[in-house]
Design a binder for this molecule. Structure first.
Ligand code: F6P
Length: 555
Protein backbone atom coordinates (compact mmCIF):
# COMPACT_ATOMS: atom_id res chain seq x y z
CA UNK A 1 0.00 0.00 0.00
CA UNK A 2 1.50 3.32 -0.98
CA UNK A 3 1.51 6.44 1.11
CA UNK A 4 -1.49 7.87 -0.67
CA UNK A 5 -3.68 4.88 0.08
CA UNK A 6 -2.62 5.00 3.68
CA UNK A 7 -3.95 8.52 4.00
CA UNK A 8 -6.85 8.37 1.69
CA UNK A 9 -8.24 5.05 2.75
CA UNK A 10 -7.75 5.48 6.46
CA UNK A 11 -9.39 8.79 7.06
CA UNK A 12 -12.79 9.94 6.07
CA UNK A 13 -11.46 13.39 5.32
CA UNK A 14 -12.36 14.55 8.72
CA UNK A 15 -12.30 18.27 9.06
CA UNK A 16 -11.46 19.47 12.52
CA UNK A 17 -9.07 21.95 14.02
CA UNK A 18 -5.43 21.22 13.37
CA UNK A 19 -4.84 19.55 16.72
CA UNK A 20 -1.54 19.43 18.47
CA UNK A 21 -0.41 22.74 16.99
CA UNK A 22 1.96 24.55 19.24
CA UNK A 23 2.28 28.32 19.06
CA UNK A 24 5.54 29.35 17.42
CA UNK A 25 6.16 32.42 19.55
CA UNK A 26 8.28 35.20 18.14
CA UNK A 27 10.17 33.62 15.24
CA UNK A 28 12.81 36.35 15.12
CA UNK A 29 13.55 35.70 18.79
CA UNK A 30 14.30 32.01 18.24
CA UNK A 31 17.83 30.69 18.33
CA UNK A 32 17.33 29.19 14.86
CA UNK A 33 16.39 32.59 13.37
CA UNK A 34 19.16 34.43 15.21
CA UNK A 35 21.74 31.93 13.96
CA UNK A 36 20.63 32.67 10.41
CA UNK A 37 20.86 36.43 11.00
CA UNK A 38 24.43 36.07 12.29
CA UNK A 39 25.38 33.78 9.44
CA UNK A 40 23.87 36.15 6.87
CA UNK A 41 26.26 38.89 8.05
CA UNK A 42 29.13 36.64 6.97
CA UNK A 43 27.56 35.53 3.69
CA UNK A 44 26.58 39.06 2.68
CA UNK A 45 30.28 39.87 2.42
CA UNK A 46 31.03 36.90 0.16
CA UNK A 47 30.80 37.01 -3.60
CA UNK A 48 29.46 34.11 -5.63
CA UNK A 49 32.74 34.19 -7.54
CA UNK A 50 34.63 33.47 -4.33
CA UNK A 51 32.18 30.75 -3.32
CA UNK A 52 32.61 29.01 -6.69
CA UNK A 53 36.40 29.35 -6.62
CA UNK A 54 36.55 27.89 -3.13
CA UNK A 55 34.58 24.75 -3.95
CA UNK A 56 35.00 22.79 -7.14
CA UNK A 57 32.12 20.49 -6.18
CA UNK A 58 29.70 23.36 -5.70
CA UNK A 59 27.36 22.29 -8.49
CA UNK A 60 27.13 18.70 -7.20
CA UNK A 61 26.69 19.94 -3.66
CA UNK A 62 24.02 22.48 -4.45
CA UNK A 63 21.82 20.87 -7.05
CA UNK A 64 19.07 18.27 -6.94
CA UNK A 65 17.59 15.97 -9.51
CA UNK A 66 14.19 14.39 -9.53
CA UNK A 67 13.66 12.08 -12.49
CA UNK A 68 14.62 14.19 -15.49
CA UNK A 69 14.31 17.46 -13.61
CA UNK A 70 17.40 19.35 -12.53
CA UNK A 71 17.27 22.05 -9.90
CA UNK A 72 20.57 23.91 -9.76
CA UNK A 73 20.85 26.27 -6.82
CA UNK A 74 24.62 26.56 -6.80
CA UNK A 75 24.26 30.20 -7.86
CA UNK A 76 22.50 31.02 -4.60
CA UNK A 77 24.47 32.96 -2.01
CA UNK A 78 24.81 30.03 0.35
CA UNK A 79 27.39 27.61 1.66
CA UNK A 80 27.05 24.30 3.48
CA UNK A 81 26.55 26.07 6.81
CA UNK A 82 23.69 28.10 5.31
CA UNK A 83 21.90 24.96 4.24
CA UNK A 84 22.49 23.29 7.58
CA UNK A 85 21.10 26.32 9.45
CA UNK A 86 18.14 26.61 7.10
CA UNK A 87 17.31 22.95 7.60
CA UNK A 88 17.56 23.37 11.36
CA UNK A 89 15.12 26.24 11.05
CA UNK A 90 12.81 24.11 8.89
CA UNK A 91 12.71 21.52 11.64
CA UNK A 92 12.04 24.19 14.22
CA UNK A 93 9.12 25.41 12.05
CA UNK A 94 7.63 21.87 12.13
CA UNK A 95 7.42 21.77 8.34
CA UNK A 96 7.07 18.00 8.37
CA UNK A 97 4.19 18.08 10.84
CA UNK A 98 2.37 20.71 8.79
CA UNK A 99 2.95 18.78 5.60
CA UNK A 100 1.58 15.63 7.19
CA UNK A 101 -1.42 17.53 8.53
CA UNK A 102 -2.18 18.77 5.05
CA UNK A 103 -1.95 15.24 3.67
CA UNK A 104 -4.09 13.94 6.53
CA UNK A 105 -6.90 16.35 5.68
CA UNK A 106 -6.79 18.47 8.82
CA UNK A 107 -8.32 21.94 8.72
CA UNK A 108 -4.97 23.72 8.47
CA UNK A 109 -6.69 26.70 6.82
CA UNK A 110 -7.78 27.69 10.32
CA UNK A 111 -9.31 31.09 9.53
CA UNK A 112 -11.76 29.51 7.09
CA UNK A 113 -12.06 26.20 8.96
CA UNK A 114 -11.08 24.24 5.87
CA UNK A 115 -8.75 21.46 4.91
CA UNK A 116 -6.28 21.95 2.08
CA UNK A 117 -6.83 19.22 -0.44
CA UNK A 118 -5.70 20.25 -3.92
CA UNK A 119 -3.33 17.26 -3.91
CA UNK A 120 -6.36 14.96 -3.61
CA UNK A 121 -7.50 16.06 -7.07
CA UNK A 122 -4.59 14.19 -8.62
CA UNK A 123 -4.34 11.26 -6.27
CA UNK A 124 -5.28 8.88 -9.09
CA UNK A 125 -6.90 5.65 -8.02
CA UNK A 126 -6.77 6.71 -4.38
CA UNK A 127 -8.58 10.01 -4.94
CA UNK A 128 -11.95 10.41 -3.18
CA UNK A 129 -14.99 9.03 -5.03
CA UNK A 130 -16.42 12.46 -5.83
CA UNK A 131 -13.13 13.58 -7.38
CA UNK A 132 -13.01 10.45 -9.54
CA UNK A 133 -16.66 10.89 -10.51
CA UNK A 134 -16.04 14.42 -11.75
CA UNK A 135 -12.93 13.34 -13.62
CA UNK A 136 -14.99 10.61 -15.27
CA UNK A 137 -17.63 13.14 -16.28
CA UNK A 138 -14.95 15.52 -17.58
CA UNK A 139 -13.51 12.71 -19.67
CA UNK A 140 -16.89 11.88 -21.21
CA UNK A 141 -17.60 15.53 -21.85
CA UNK A 142 -14.21 16.17 -23.49
CA UNK A 143 -14.72 13.20 -25.78
CA UNK A 144 -18.26 14.25 -26.64
CA UNK A 145 -17.09 17.73 -27.63
CA UNK A 146 -14.08 16.36 -29.48
CA UNK A 147 -16.06 13.85 -31.54
CA UNK A 148 -19.07 16.14 -32.02
CA UNK A 149 -21.41 14.02 -29.88
CA UNK A 150 -21.95 17.25 -28.03
CA UNK A 151 -23.12 19.89 -30.47
CA UNK A 152 -24.47 23.41 -30.16
CA UNK A 153 -28.17 24.25 -30.05
CA UNK A 154 -28.44 24.39 -33.83
CA UNK A 155 -26.50 21.15 -34.27
CA UNK A 156 -23.10 22.62 -35.12
CA UNK A 157 -19.97 21.07 -33.58
CA UNK A 158 -18.12 23.14 -30.97
CA UNK A 159 -15.15 25.02 -32.41
CA UNK A 160 -14.54 27.66 -29.72
CA UNK A 161 -14.32 27.26 -25.97
CA UNK A 162 -14.40 30.42 -23.86
CA UNK A 163 -13.29 30.12 -20.24
CA UNK A 164 -14.85 32.92 -18.21
CA UNK A 165 -13.14 33.21 -14.82
CA UNK A 166 -10.64 35.31 -12.90
CA UNK A 167 -7.71 34.78 -10.52
CA UNK A 168 -7.27 31.10 -9.84
CA UNK A 169 -10.17 30.30 -12.17
CA UNK A 170 -8.25 31.87 -15.04
CA UNK A 171 -4.49 32.13 -14.52
CA UNK A 172 -3.74 28.41 -14.12
CA UNK A 173 -5.75 27.10 -17.10
CA UNK A 174 -4.75 30.09 -19.23
CA UNK A 175 -1.05 29.48 -18.52
CA UNK A 176 -1.36 25.76 -19.29
CA UNK A 177 -3.42 26.14 -22.45
CA UNK A 178 -0.80 28.57 -23.76
CA UNK A 179 2.11 26.43 -22.61
CA UNK A 180 0.74 23.26 -24.19
CA UNK A 181 0.07 24.68 -27.64
CA UNK A 182 2.16 21.93 -29.22
CA UNK A 183 -0.44 19.45 -27.92
CA UNK A 184 -3.62 21.26 -28.92
CA UNK A 185 -6.25 19.18 -30.64
CA UNK A 186 -7.14 20.31 -34.11
CA UNK A 187 -10.48 21.96 -34.74
CA UNK A 188 -11.04 23.70 -31.42
CA UNK A 189 -9.69 26.99 -30.06
CA UNK A 190 -9.70 27.98 -26.41
CA UNK A 191 -10.13 31.62 -25.37
CA UNK A 192 -9.98 33.24 -21.94
CA UNK A 193 -11.98 36.16 -20.67
CA UNK A 194 -11.26 37.49 -17.20
CA UNK A 195 -11.28 41.27 -17.12
CA UNK A 196 -14.31 43.18 -15.93
CA UNK A 197 -13.45 45.76 -18.57
CA UNK A 198 -15.89 44.90 -21.34
CA UNK A 199 -13.12 45.14 -23.93
CA UNK A 200 -11.95 41.68 -22.95
CA UNK A 201 -15.25 39.94 -23.63
CA UNK A 202 -16.30 42.17 -26.51
CA UNK A 203 -13.12 41.63 -28.52
CA UNK A 204 -13.28 37.90 -27.86
CA UNK A 205 -16.92 37.60 -28.94
CA UNK A 206 -16.16 39.52 -32.12
CA UNK A 207 -14.24 36.51 -33.41
CA UNK A 208 -16.87 33.94 -32.49
CA UNK A 209 -19.83 32.25 -34.01
CA UNK A 210 -22.43 31.59 -31.28
CA UNK A 211 -23.58 28.34 -32.86
CA UNK A 212 -20.17 26.71 -32.39
CA UNK A 213 -19.13 28.36 -29.10
CA UNK A 214 -19.13 26.80 -25.66
CA UNK A 215 -18.67 28.89 -22.52
CA UNK A 216 -17.16 27.48 -19.34
CA UNK A 217 -18.03 29.64 -16.35
CA UNK A 218 -15.17 28.83 -13.99
CA UNK A 219 -15.75 30.20 -10.53
CA UNK A 220 -15.28 28.46 -7.22
CA UNK A 221 -17.90 30.65 -5.55
CA UNK A 222 -20.00 31.52 -8.60
CA UNK A 223 -20.44 34.96 -7.08
CA UNK A 224 -17.29 36.79 -8.22
CA UNK A 225 -18.50 40.05 -9.76
CA UNK A 226 -16.05 40.13 -12.68
CA UNK A 227 -16.93 36.60 -13.72
CA UNK A 228 -20.67 36.95 -13.23
CA UNK A 229 -20.74 40.21 -15.19
CA UNK A 230 -18.89 38.59 -18.09
CA UNK A 231 -21.00 35.42 -17.88
CA UNK A 232 -24.25 37.39 -17.94
CA UNK A 233 -23.14 39.46 -20.92
CA UNK A 234 -22.07 36.30 -22.75
CA UNK A 235 -25.42 34.72 -21.90
CA UNK A 236 -27.29 37.72 -23.34
CA UNK A 237 -25.12 37.63 -26.46
CA UNK A 238 -25.96 33.97 -26.94
CA UNK A 239 -29.67 34.45 -26.32
CA UNK A 240 -29.72 37.25 -28.83
CA UNK A 241 -28.17 34.97 -31.44
CA UNK A 242 -30.77 32.28 -30.69
CA UNK A 243 -33.74 34.68 -30.64
CA UNK A 244 -34.13 34.47 -26.88
CA UNK A 245 -34.40 30.65 -26.84
CA UNK A 246 -33.52 29.78 -23.19
CA UNK A 247 -32.91 26.13 -24.06
CA UNK A 248 -29.80 27.17 -25.96
CA UNK A 249 -28.08 27.93 -22.63
CA UNK A 250 -27.75 24.30 -21.67
CA UNK A 251 -25.94 23.48 -24.94
CA UNK A 252 -23.56 26.42 -24.75
CA UNK A 253 -22.80 26.92 -21.05
CA UNK A 254 -21.13 24.61 -18.56
CA UNK A 255 -19.65 25.46 -15.17
CA UNK A 256 -16.70 24.53 -12.98
CA UNK A 257 -17.69 25.49 -9.46
CA UNK A 258 -18.21 24.55 -5.82
CA UNK A 259 -21.52 26.38 -5.88
CA UNK A 260 -23.76 24.09 -7.93
CA UNK A 261 -26.97 25.80 -6.84
CA UNK A 262 -25.81 29.20 -7.97
CA UNK A 263 -24.71 27.78 -11.33
CA UNK A 264 -28.17 26.26 -11.75
CA UNK A 265 -29.76 29.59 -10.93
CA UNK A 266 -27.73 31.07 -13.76
CA UNK A 267 -29.40 28.56 -16.07
CA UNK A 268 -26.78 25.84 -16.29
CA UNK A 269 -28.31 22.41 -15.78
CA UNK A 270 -26.92 20.23 -12.98
CA UNK A 271 -25.46 17.69 -15.40
CA UNK A 272 -23.43 20.50 -16.97
CA UNK A 273 -21.87 21.58 -13.70
CA UNK A 274 -18.50 20.04 -12.89
CA UNK A 275 -18.18 20.55 -9.14
CA UNK A 276 -15.24 20.56 -6.78
CA UNK A 277 -15.02 20.92 -3.02
CA UNK A 278 -14.24 23.97 -0.95
CA UNK A 279 -11.03 22.37 0.31
CA UNK A 280 -9.57 23.36 -3.06
CA UNK A 281 -8.23 26.92 -2.86
CA UNK A 282 -8.83 29.12 -5.93
CA UNK A 283 -5.14 29.56 -6.71
CA UNK A 284 -4.58 25.82 -6.18
CA UNK A 285 -7.51 24.76 -8.36
CA UNK A 286 -6.03 24.06 -11.78
CA UNK A 287 -6.14 20.30 -11.15
CA UNK A 288 -9.89 20.48 -10.42
CA UNK A 289 -12.64 20.98 -12.99
CA UNK A 290 -11.23 24.51 -13.34
CA UNK A 291 -8.78 22.72 -15.66
CA UNK A 292 -11.63 21.70 -17.99
CA UNK A 293 -10.51 24.18 -20.67
CA UNK A 294 -7.06 22.57 -20.57
CA UNK A 295 -8.57 19.10 -20.94
CA UNK A 296 -10.67 20.29 -23.88
CA UNK A 297 -7.64 21.90 -25.53
CA UNK A 298 -5.25 18.94 -25.24
CA UNK A 299 -7.60 15.99 -24.77
CA UNK A 300 -8.46 14.24 -21.52
CA UNK A 301 -5.69 11.65 -21.76
CA UNK A 302 -3.07 14.38 -21.76
CA UNK A 303 -4.84 16.18 -18.93
CA UNK A 304 -4.43 12.96 -16.95
CA UNK A 305 -0.71 13.04 -17.76
CA UNK A 306 -0.61 16.56 -16.36
CA UNK A 307 -2.29 15.32 -13.16
CA UNK A 308 0.22 12.45 -13.11
CA UNK A 309 3.11 14.94 -13.11
CA UNK A 310 1.60 16.81 -10.18
CA UNK A 311 1.00 13.51 -8.35
CA UNK A 312 4.62 12.54 -8.89
CA UNK A 313 5.73 15.70 -7.06
CA UNK A 314 3.13 15.19 -4.31
CA UNK A 315 4.67 11.79 -3.64
CA UNK A 316 8.15 13.26 -3.72
CA UNK A 317 7.20 16.13 -1.41
CA UNK A 318 5.54 13.74 1.00
CA UNK A 319 8.35 11.21 1.14
CA UNK A 320 11.68 12.87 0.26
CA UNK A 321 13.97 13.69 3.17
CA UNK A 322 14.80 17.27 3.98
CA UNK A 323 18.12 17.14 2.06
CA UNK A 324 16.56 16.18 -1.28
CA UNK A 325 13.10 17.67 -0.98
CA UNK A 326 12.75 19.97 -3.99
CA UNK A 327 9.80 22.18 -2.93
CA UNK A 328 11.17 22.57 0.59
CA UNK A 329 14.64 23.44 -0.69
CA UNK A 330 13.23 26.10 -3.03
CA UNK A 331 11.21 27.53 -0.15
CA UNK A 332 14.25 27.61 2.14
CA UNK A 333 16.23 29.51 -0.50
CA UNK A 334 13.43 32.00 -0.93
CA UNK A 335 13.19 32.37 2.85
CA UNK A 336 16.94 32.95 3.04
CA UNK A 337 16.98 35.58 0.30
CA UNK A 338 13.97 37.47 1.62
CA UNK A 339 14.29 37.27 5.37
CA UNK A 340 18.08 37.31 5.76
CA UNK A 341 19.76 38.76 2.66
CA UNK A 342 17.09 41.44 2.16
CA UNK A 343 15.84 40.55 -1.34
CA UNK A 344 12.39 42.08 -1.60
CA UNK A 345 11.52 40.57 -4.92
CA UNK A 346 11.87 37.32 -6.79
CA UNK A 347 11.86 37.07 -10.56
CA UNK A 348 10.72 34.17 -12.72
CA UNK A 349 12.17 33.82 -16.19
CA UNK A 350 10.84 30.98 -18.30
CA UNK A 351 13.16 30.73 -21.29
CA UNK A 352 10.20 29.64 -23.33
CA UNK A 353 7.63 31.60 -25.26
CA UNK A 354 5.02 28.96 -24.47
CA UNK A 355 5.56 29.34 -20.72
CA UNK A 356 5.41 33.13 -20.77
CA UNK A 357 2.31 33.25 -18.56
CA UNK A 358 4.03 31.37 -15.75
CA UNK A 359 5.08 34.56 -13.89
CA UNK A 360 1.48 35.82 -13.77
CA UNK A 361 0.29 32.44 -12.49
CA UNK A 362 3.00 32.39 -9.80
CA UNK A 363 2.24 35.95 -8.79
CA UNK A 364 -1.19 34.90 -7.63
CA UNK A 365 -0.05 31.58 -6.20
CA UNK A 366 2.70 33.06 -4.06
CA UNK A 367 1.59 36.60 -3.32
CA UNK A 368 -2.04 35.82 -2.59
CA UNK A 369 -0.91 32.94 -0.39
CA UNK A 370 1.90 34.52 1.58
CA UNK A 371 1.33 38.25 1.26
CA UNK A 372 0.26 38.32 4.91
CA UNK A 373 1.19 40.18 8.08
CA UNK A 374 -0.64 38.32 10.86
CA UNK A 375 0.80 34.92 11.72
CA UNK A 376 -0.99 31.74 12.71
CA UNK A 377 -0.90 32.81 16.33
CA UNK A 378 -2.68 36.07 15.53
CA UNK A 379 0.44 38.19 16.03
CA UNK A 380 1.74 40.83 13.64
CA UNK A 381 5.01 39.67 12.12
CA UNK A 382 8.28 41.61 12.35
CA UNK A 383 9.84 40.20 9.18
CA UNK A 384 9.21 40.45 5.45
CA UNK A 385 6.81 37.83 4.14
CA UNK A 386 6.09 37.09 0.47
CA UNK A 387 8.51 38.72 -1.92
CA UNK A 388 7.11 40.55 -4.91
CA UNK A 389 6.97 37.99 -7.69
CA UNK A 390 7.47 39.26 -11.19
CA UNK A 391 8.96 38.18 -14.48
CA UNK A 392 8.67 37.67 -18.19
CA UNK A 393 9.83 35.17 -20.75
CA UNK A 394 13.60 35.19 -20.69
CA UNK A 395 14.65 36.32 -24.05
CA UNK A 396 12.21 39.27 -24.05
CA UNK A 397 13.03 40.33 -20.49
CA UNK A 398 16.70 40.66 -21.37
CA UNK A 399 15.85 43.58 -23.62
CA UNK A 400 13.76 45.43 -21.09
CA UNK A 401 14.42 45.18 -17.36
CA UNK A 402 17.50 42.94 -17.10
CA UNK A 403 19.62 46.10 -17.02
CA UNK A 404 18.34 46.70 -13.47
CA UNK A 405 19.40 43.20 -12.45
CA UNK A 406 22.88 43.65 -13.88
CA UNK A 407 23.68 47.13 -12.67
CA UNK A 408 20.84 48.41 -10.51
CA UNK A 409 20.77 48.55 -6.73
CA UNK A 410 18.14 45.87 -5.94
CA UNK A 411 19.04 42.38 -4.78
CA UNK A 412 16.76 40.03 -6.74
CA UNK A 413 16.75 36.27 -6.74
CA UNK A 414 15.68 34.75 -10.05
CA UNK A 415 14.31 31.41 -11.15
CA UNK A 416 15.48 30.53 -14.65
CA UNK A 417 13.28 27.82 -16.15
CA UNK A 418 14.54 26.19 -19.28
CA UNK A 419 13.77 23.17 -21.42
CA UNK A 420 16.52 20.94 -22.82
CA UNK A 421 14.38 20.31 -25.93
CA UNK A 422 12.05 22.85 -27.54
CA UNK A 423 8.33 22.31 -27.98
CA UNK A 424 8.44 23.99 -31.39
CA UNK A 425 11.60 23.55 -33.37
CA UNK A 426 12.33 25.78 -36.30
CA UNK A 427 16.09 25.24 -36.76
CA UNK A 428 18.59 27.61 -35.21
CA UNK A 429 16.51 28.90 -32.29
CA UNK A 430 16.82 26.62 -29.32
CA UNK A 431 20.59 26.56 -28.90
CA UNK A 432 20.41 30.34 -28.77
CA UNK A 433 17.71 30.14 -26.08
CA UNK A 434 19.84 27.80 -23.95
CA UNK A 435 22.94 29.95 -24.44
CA UNK A 436 21.09 33.10 -23.43
CA UNK A 437 19.64 31.49 -20.34
CA UNK A 438 23.03 30.30 -19.14
CA UNK A 439 24.70 33.58 -20.10
CA UNK A 440 22.26 35.60 -18.02
CA UNK A 441 22.45 33.50 -14.88
CA UNK A 442 26.27 33.53 -15.13
CA UNK A 443 26.46 37.26 -15.78
CA UNK A 444 24.16 37.91 -12.83
CA UNK A 445 26.14 35.64 -10.53
CA UNK A 446 29.70 36.51 -11.47
CA UNK A 447 29.43 40.00 -12.93
CA UNK A 448 32.30 41.71 -14.66
CA UNK A 449 35.03 43.58 -12.83
CA UNK A 450 37.36 46.24 -14.26
CA UNK A 451 40.07 43.63 -14.74
CA UNK A 452 37.74 41.57 -16.89
CA UNK A 453 36.92 44.26 -19.43
CA UNK A 454 37.68 43.41 -23.05
CA UNK A 455 40.64 45.30 -24.59
CA UNK A 456 38.36 47.44 -26.74
CA UNK A 457 36.34 48.31 -23.63
CA UNK A 458 39.22 50.02 -21.85
CA UNK A 459 40.12 52.36 -24.64
CA UNK A 460 37.65 55.00 -23.63
CA UNK A 461 36.88 56.30 -20.17
CA UNK A 462 33.61 54.41 -19.62
CA UNK A 463 35.08 51.37 -17.92
CA UNK A 464 33.21 51.93 -14.63
CA UNK A 465 29.94 52.12 -16.49
CA UNK A 466 30.66 48.79 -18.11
CA UNK A 467 31.41 46.87 -14.92
CA UNK A 468 28.67 44.68 -13.43
CA UNK A 469 28.87 43.81 -9.74
CA UNK A 470 27.25 40.36 -10.10
CA UNK A 471 26.40 38.45 -6.91
CA UNK A 472 22.72 38.26 -7.92
CA UNK A 473 21.45 34.83 -6.83
CA UNK A 474 19.43 32.45 -8.99
CA UNK A 475 18.05 28.95 -9.35
CA UNK A 476 17.97 27.17 -12.69
CA UNK A 477 15.23 24.59 -13.22
CA UNK A 478 15.83 22.36 -16.22
CA UNK A 479 12.91 20.39 -17.63
CA UNK A 480 13.40 17.87 -20.43
CA UNK A 481 10.74 19.57 -22.53
CA UNK A 482 7.32 21.16 -22.26
CA UNK A 483 4.79 18.36 -21.99
CA UNK A 484 1.74 17.78 -19.79
CA UNK A 485 3.62 15.61 -17.28
CA UNK A 486 6.50 18.04 -16.72
CA UNK A 487 4.11 20.97 -16.39
CA UNK A 488 2.19 19.03 -13.76
CA UNK A 489 5.49 18.62 -11.92
CA UNK A 490 6.29 22.31 -12.25
CA UNK A 491 2.88 23.42 -10.95
CA UNK A 492 3.08 21.08 -7.94
CA UNK A 493 6.66 22.12 -7.13
CA UNK A 494 5.60 25.75 -6.86
CA UNK A 495 2.39 24.89 -4.99
CA UNK A 496 4.35 23.01 -2.34
CA UNK A 497 7.10 25.62 -2.27
CA UNK A 498 4.39 28.20 -1.49
CA UNK A 499 2.98 26.00 1.26
CA UNK A 500 6.44 25.49 2.80
CA UNK A 501 7.14 29.23 2.77
CA UNK A 502 3.91 29.80 4.65
CA UNK A 503 5.06 27.30 7.26
CA UNK A 504 8.51 28.91 7.55
CA UNK A 505 6.88 32.31 8.15
CA UNK A 506 4.16 30.77 10.35
CA UNK A 507 1.39 31.97 8.03
CA UNK A 508 -1.88 30.51 6.86
CA UNK A 509 -1.27 30.46 3.09
CA UNK A 510 -4.86 29.58 2.24
CA UNK A 511 -7.01 32.60 3.04
CA UNK A 512 -7.06 36.05 1.35
CA UNK A 513 -8.93 38.52 3.52
CA UNK A 514 -7.23 41.53 1.96
CA UNK A 515 -8.72 40.73 -1.44
CA UNK A 516 -12.16 40.38 0.11
CA UNK A 517 -11.84 43.90 1.57
CA UNK A 518 -11.26 45.41 -1.90
CA UNK A 519 -14.29 43.55 -3.28
CA UNK A 520 -16.52 44.98 -0.56
CA UNK A 521 -15.42 48.55 -1.22
CA UNK A 522 -16.03 48.16 -4.97
CA UNK A 523 -19.57 46.94 -4.26
CA UNK A 524 -20.23 49.98 -2.09
CA UNK A 525 -18.80 52.39 -4.64
CA UNK A 526 -20.81 51.10 -7.56
CA UNK A 527 -23.95 53.12 -6.85
CA UNK A 528 -21.76 56.17 -6.28
CA UNK A 529 -20.28 55.76 -9.76
CA UNK A 530 -23.74 55.30 -11.25
CA UNK A 531 -24.78 58.56 -9.62
CA UNK A 532 -27.43 56.95 -7.38
CA UNK A 533 -25.61 57.65 -4.13
CA UNK A 534 -23.77 60.81 -3.18
CA UNK A 535 -19.98 60.47 -2.78
CA UNK A 536 -19.96 62.86 0.19
CA UNK A 537 -19.07 60.19 2.77
CA UNK A 538 -15.90 59.33 0.85
CA UNK A 539 -12.43 60.82 1.09
CA UNK A 540 -11.43 63.91 -0.89
CA UNK A 541 -9.52 61.97 -3.51
CA UNK A 542 -12.45 59.63 -4.27
CA UNK A 543 -14.86 62.56 -4.37
CA UNK A 544 -12.58 64.52 -6.70
CA UNK A 545 -12.13 61.63 -9.12
CA UNK A 546 -15.86 60.81 -9.15
CA UNK A 547 -16.61 64.47 -9.92
CA UNK A 548 -14.08 64.39 -12.76
CA UNK A 549 -15.65 61.20 -14.22
CA UNK A 550 -18.99 62.92 -14.20
CA UNK A 551 -17.60 66.05 -15.86
CA UNK A 552 -16.04 63.98 -18.66
CA UNK A 553 -19.17 61.84 -19.11
CA UNK A 554 -21.37 64.89 -19.59
CA UNK A 555 -19.01 66.83 -21.77
O1 F6P B 1 -8.90 37.17 -5.85
C1 F6P B 1 -9.61 36.53 -4.85
C2 F6P B 1 -10.17 35.26 -5.34
O2 F6P B 1 -10.99 34.77 -4.35
C3 F6P B 1 -9.10 34.25 -5.72
O3 F6P B 1 -8.55 33.60 -4.64
C4 F6P B 1 -9.85 33.40 -6.66
O4 F6P B 1 -9.00 32.59 -7.41
C5 F6P B 1 -10.57 34.45 -7.47
O5 F6P B 1 -10.95 35.42 -6.52
C6 F6P B 1 -11.76 33.97 -8.23
O6 F6P B 1 -12.72 33.44 -7.38
P1 F6P B 1 -13.86 32.49 -7.92
O7 F6P B 1 -13.19 31.29 -8.50
O8 F6P B 1 -14.70 32.16 -6.74
O9 F6P B 1 -14.63 33.24 -8.97
Amino acid sequence: MNWFSIYVLNDEWEIGQANGYRSMGKLTGSLEWKNLVRHAEVLKRKHLKTLFNADTARFERFSLTHGDLLIDFSKQRIDTTTLALLRKYAEFSQWQTWRDRMFAGEAINHTEGRAVGHWRLRAGRTAPDDVRDVLGRMERFCNQVRFADWVGFSGKPIRHIVNIGIGGSDLGPRMLVEALKAYHLKGVRVHFVSNLDGADLATTLEELDAESTLFIVASKTFTTKETMTNANTARNWLLQKFSGEEKSISRHFVAASCNVQQAERFGISTENVFPFSDWVGGRFSVCSSVGLSVALAIGFERFQQFLGGARDIDQHFFSAPIESNVPLTLALLSFWNGSFLGARSEAVFPYSHSLRLLPAYLQQLEMESNGKRIDRDGTEVDYLTSPIIWGESGSNGQHSFFQLLHQGTELVSSDFIVMAEPDFSPPGHHDGVLANCLAQSSALAFGKSSTELEPEEIQDSWGDYRCCPGNQPSNTLVLPTIEPFTLGQLVAIYEHKTFCLGVLWNLNSFDQWGVEFGKLLADRLRPVISGNVSPEMYDASTRGIVAHFSKLKHK
